[in-house]
Design a protein. Structure first.
Length: 155
């Protein structure tokens, strides 16, 4: 005689599935019975009052604030004529390393001692290590790069 394909685990899963279905049916019947006894309420509403809080009563129209849509600004605030701050884009520093055969090096900023990458394509004058230079910063792929590098004084 062949062994039954119904294992203990399968039968337990089937019992759980049937029990879940029966519980769901009981809950649905209970909700229907409650609706018949109390009557249908329908959809309950939530209102937002003039302060932005949720309430169950409609808001008072006299407290409503009228906002002009044109007065809403979604941008960076404009600077006023007196607020302008002059930032000198030209920085000063010294060449800490430069390999002319490979065409790159590093410049240390005199103000904040930050080290910036410098490529031969960003040079205006020829530079070597320990030269004093002026430069501008430009965002590169891996950080800020020194560009428009000009020689102040050779070492």
């Amino acid at each position: 005689m062949a062994k039954s394909q119904q294992t203990f685990n399968k039968s337990e899963k089937e019992k759980k599935r049937l029990k879940k279905r029966a519980d769901k049916k009981k809950k649905m019947d209970a909700r229907k019975a409650e609706a018949r006894e109390n009557g249908k309420k329908g959809i309950e509403f939530a209102y937002v009052d003039h302060n932005g809080h949720l309430t169950d009563t409609p808001p008072d129209p006299s407290k409503k604030i009228k906002v002009d849509a044109g007065s809403i600004e979604i941008s960076i605030p404009r600077t006023m004529p007196g607020d302008e701050v002059e930032i000198d884009p030209i920085r000063k520093g010294s060449v800490s390393f430069f390999d002319s055969s490979k065409g790159f090096g590093f410049i240390i900023d005199a103000e904040n001692s930050e080290k910036y990458f410098c490529h031969v394509s960003g040079l205006i004058d020829e530079i070597v290590e320990n030269d004093k230079v002026t430069f501008e910063l430009e965002r590169g792929m891996k950080g800020m790069n020194a560009v428009k590098v000009t020689l102040i004084k050779a070492s």
